[in-house]
Design a protein around this ligand. Structure first.
Ligand code: 5GP
Length: 327
């Protein structure tokens, strides 16, 4: 079940010819970033190579339980001497938030639409449900056995990046790889508990506050949610605690898209867009300088919140394009 495409072979050759690797991914790393990087790190070490993972931001608290996470170096710069940088799950080198990576031979492995192809080697596959599916291929092509540590990180990445096997890029391969991970010793109950059942009270209260203030657009198909630092403070949570919150309105049958505004500073907002079905929120995020995937994307916008809401909701309503609501 391993695909040794020319892209993978190039990566394998480049890895075999080098010894010291720095690994990175996008800032505010999610489960796929953490899982992909750590699976790769363990595989490189199994080959006797040096692997240092450098991220701009720490992993969210539920991910801290995974082996290897405490060893991730949190730094704004990739200091040290390395023979290559492997960047995973990151559409653009600047999105790592880690300076200095461009000094090294760059291997870019990603499944995001619109990846800028910043590497000396670029392997891009938008069909992968998680970047870790691609990392799995590299691990196999390198001839590294699927240890429990590698499998745990690959499974973590797949579980989270598919939204617990909800999203549209899931393929038979997703389950084949997951099956192999379980055969390698992964405990799916433990992984799910670590990821989903480790909330703090502040996180739950913050979910309550944000969802309590949720608005629905005139079509009844779009949910609009909002958080600012004051709401987080009052709830006893942090912005990190909002991880996953954007997906909840989609559990309402009639809701087909969600716009989540997170106030950064003043009139600057991080926007997370989610959809189910045909609405392509990536196309919308891209027009605001952001990106992501068809059903999950993000961007940063600046302006009066009422106007921003109107604009984004209007764009999503436009994307419905006369299509009747899902029933
Ligand atoms: P989130 O809403 O969870 O921050 O991001 C959803 C998806 O969109 C992720 O795959 C993330 O990497 C991508 N994404 C979020 N913000 C941006 C952005 O500003 N630019 C690009 N290119 N992708 C983004």
């Amino acid at each position: 079940m391993t695909t040794t495409s020319p892209d993978i072979q190039q990566i394998v050759d480049a890895v075999r010819a080098r010894r010291r690797f720095v690994l990175s991914s996008h800032s505010r790393p999610d489960g796929d970033s953490i899982g992909s990087q750590l699976a790769m790190a363990y595989a490189l070490r199994a080959l006797g190579k040096e692997a240092t993972v450098v991220n701009a931001d720490p992993a969210a608290p539920p991910l801290m339980a995974f082996p290897g996470v405490p060893d991730i170096r949190i730094a704004p710069r990739a200091d040290g001497e390395f023979d290559a940088a492997i960047i995973m799950e990151c559409g653009d080198l600047a999105r790592t938030g880690v300076a200095g990576l461009e000094r090294f031979f760059l291997i870019n492995i990603d499944h995001h639409q619109g990846n800028t192809g910043f590497g000396q080697i670029n392997w891009f596959d938008a069909r992968a449900a998680a970047c870790a599916e691609m990392v799995y291929d590299v691990v196999r092509a390198l001839g590294v056995p699927l240890s429990k540590e590698i499998a745990t990180h690959i499974y973590l990445a797949i579980l989270t990046d598919t939204g617990s096997f909800h999203y549209s890029n899931i393929s038979p391969r997703t389950f084949d790889i997951s099956r192999e991970c379980l055969e390698a010793g992964v405990d799916p109950v433990l992984v799910a508990r670590n990821v989903f059942d480790s909330n703090s009270l502040g996180r739950l209260r913050l979910f309550g506050a944000v969802l309590g203030a949720m608005q629905i657009d005139q079509t009844g198909r779009i949910a609009i949610i909002f958080v600012d630092h004051e709401m987080a403070r009052v709830a006893g949570g942090t912005y990190d605690d909002t991880e996953g919150l954007v997906n909840l309105p989609l559990t309402v049958k009639e809701i087909e898209a969600v716009v989540f505004f997170k106030q950064e500073k003043g009139d600057e907002y991080r926007v997370s867009l989610r959809s189910k079905g045909d609405v392509d929120v990536n196309a919308i995020a891209k027009t605001f300088g952001g990106g992501g995937h068809k059903n999950a994307s993000g961007c940063t916008v600046t302006g009066a919140i009422e106007e921003l809401q109107k604009t984004l909701v209007g764009r999503i309503e436009g994307a419905f394009d006369g299509r009747p609501a899902r029933r």
